[in-house]
Design a protein. Structure first.
Lengths: 336, 336, 336
């Protein structure tokens, strides 16, 4: 990644330049590790090296610097800067080594790499990018500007919105996990519903969103799903909800909008989680959570403050127990 | 999904029709959301909308309806109905764009899609369906009627039974996780055993079943494994066992038949779990569990009733602790 | 797997033969299940069948045997023996059905299977093996002797060391999970850093290692990562560290060398875990852990002995609580 001179960087991030606009930083580094030749983005609080080349921040740092770029929001500035350096997708147009079935509808401005597969009846929108080894099933729909990375699976009839990022190995529209017990074994309930991802959804590597039994599994606009997350059949996730890695939502769970889950959270089937709920990593949610609550804990999840208080006392259990036994013994001694 | 008229639906599910057999429902919906034009499957207890087009159920609902289809088992009826609407696989025969190595044995009635790969010595049975981007390794065996979805990996020598469903990204027969510590690092123990999946096994998206060090890793007939499940080397899973998403079975664990695990369950290496054990989501099983037990909890899993009692008191720890301190102080005051 | 006669096995594993060197065992089995025709590797302690064909061990077993092969380290002997029987990779050279972009640098002694994809600017080292359906992104580097199994994803600019094993479905260099909240939704922070895997790294099936925001995500030399593990952006894992299945390391976590994690461990973002730390399966690590500590528990992880003591008392909470109430009542009765 070759950076331009400080004055150009200021223009890219929309910041105000102080100092040497001609200085060209050699790379980007975290604030406490950046050197005199490097650029860093400083949050205004974290430790920062004594001498840094260029600092992007909301305020002047205690460090020496060659150039300072003052911005209102340092994370937004970082996003703009990195956007500038993200490499383009490595192919354009439809590769002759792609396999597009007859009856597929591919927009003339879509990009399909070698060894990509698009089934009949599928629609691929303008500017969409289908990487090698991505699979688009029959009658699936890939919205404008959406990117399917390698090994992305989009099953039959699945609808992926516009500007979605579907990371490698993400599986959208595999069969939900539904069976009827019989005396000879579990009878599969075929899953013939579909999956709908809203615009701007991000699905992480090796995640899975199951198709509904009938009707739809939904992930709302702007929601961001991390790697290795399981979203069961008939789940509904609202808008702008963030779910970190290795979390699992069982069949029929309903998650609100602007919800934030840490990693390894589990939600039981048919549970409702309200808007703006936050769940700490490892939470096990077995009952409904009203909007705005902050929860934690696996036994099961409760109000986070309450959980933390009990968790602290959990490690005092030996002390509690021995104190209790001492009291019990002393009272027995006092008995006549 | 276009539905036929009510009398045809009654025939498909094997139910008794009451009401208007000519009525054609416009879609399927959950009982509390179904409209006057839709069909629903009612369990006899759940809330149901005031007016529904067609009801399939064990009993007459409190709703208005145009047609009622009485059945003995509403889930079985649902399975039959949906089976009727599941779309066929999107290709037939062996695609010229598939790569079948010389020395592979493909049944003339098997189906192999474009960009599928079958190694030499592999056997693909009658009616098996190998999707684009599925990989069948050397000497692997794919039973009659089994479906390998895209990105399914079947390693060398692995045996997959008949009528199995291997969902996208499932990995069968990657190397088990076995190493010998040496002063220079971990020496890999090559894993040269195999994996055997019985007939009717279902393996979820992005799950993994490791090959045995030597001998076999086994998943028994009819067992149903959800997405993102890890099954370590030399594990043996019995028949008709159900394991929900994000669960992990460490090397050498032995799981009985008709066992049911919720999501995110962990089982330690070489532990034995008896037949018909049920483990709640999030259970951490670190010791053997006798047949028929119901367990829960991560610290570690114990009898579920016992766990629930302790979990309730966990959240009373602050009250317990302050009560204890109060008693201790009052006793100290009483001391001379 | 066809085994040679006992004297040849003794030579392969570097052991001392006692008994019938001409005897040819029919297979390998675990010590308690091995039969009179089979070979077993015995650890010197575990139960062993009464009559075994060939025993490899550090000592003479209580069993009858046809041949005994005495070795210093039975696990090392097992590794050598199995190494001997691991089948070769099923293709050699560069397949005409592979897709190697112009401007890729493939060593003449590298092996690339049909339906493998190598982007421009990528380097594939001597003796590297790229299986069908593996994806090597632009400017990525695959070291000498490294194996990419099917559905391995190596993103642009990622560097994979020498002699690494990248198992099926492993994703290296997908975008890290970084967003800025805005009133309209989460603004993605493009991730333009890279991933560096040291020599001898093992990455399990369907695992994911995210690229850094800028700079690098690193997994050090000789580290062994199991299946379905998530390693977030900017994480640094030291050398010879072992992480079992379904564990997740959040962004910026720093894990030392010779660390051992059980399955389903979670580490919070930016936490530092010292060298040689051991964490039991299911541990939730939310704060720094000094070198050499052994931890356990999800609420959060603490010293293992301490955790186990509290966990035992957790299941005594009902007893503790009723004892406490009894004392409280008896004291109240005593009050005037």
């Amino acid at each position: 990644m070759r950076l331009p001179k400080a004055s150009d960087i200021a223009r890219i991030v929309g910041g105000r330049l102080v100092g040497d606009g001609e200085f060209v930083p050699k790379g980007i580094a975290e604030s406490d590790r950046a050197g005199a030749e490097e650029l860093t983005v400083w949050d205004g609080r974290s430790p920062i090296a004594e001498e840094v080349g260029v600092v992007i921040g909301v305020d002047a740092p205690p460090s020496k610097y060659r150039a300072l770029i003052l911005v209102d929001d340092y994370r937004m500035a970082l996003a703009k800067l990195l956007e500038h350096f993200a490499p383009p997708h490595p192919f354009r147009g439809v590769s002759p080594a792609a396999f597009v079935e007859e009856g597929a509808h591919v927009h003339p401005e879509a990009h399909i790499g070698p060894f990509a597969y698009v089934s009949r009846g599928a629609k691929v929108g303008r500017g969409a990018v289908i990487y090698p080894f991505a699979y688009v099933g029959p009658d699936a729909e890939i919205g404008e500007g959406t990117v399917l990375y390698p090994f992305a699976y989009v099953g039959w009839g699945v609808k992926v919105g516009k500007r979605c990022l579907i990371h490698p190995g993400a599986v959208i529209g595999a069969e939900g996990f539904g069976f009827v017990p019989t005396s000879e074994g579990w009878l599969r309930i075929p899953q013939v519903g579909r999956v709908v991802l809203g615009d701007g959804v991000r699905l992480g590597a090796n995640s899975a969103v199951d198709r509904a039994t009938f009707s739809e599994t939904v992930v709302g606009e702007g929601s961001k799903i991390d790697n290795l997350v399981q979203i069961g059949h008939n789940v509904r996730v609202g808008e702008h909800t963030v779910i970190a890695a290795l979390s699992g939502l069982a069949g029929g769970a309903r998650i609100g909008s602007w919800v934030v889950f840490g990693g390894q959270v589990g939600v039981a089937d048919h549970v409702e989680v309200g808007d703006r709920v936050m769940a700490a990593a490892g939470s096990g949610i077995s009952g409904n959570i009203p909007p705005g609550k902050v929860v934690a804990g696996k036994i099961p999840a409760r109000d986070r403050t309450k959980f933390n208080r009990s968790a602290a006392l959990f490690y005092k259990l030996p002390e509690i127990y021995s104190k209790l036994l001492r009291i019990a013994r002393s009272l027995e001694r006092d008995e006549p």
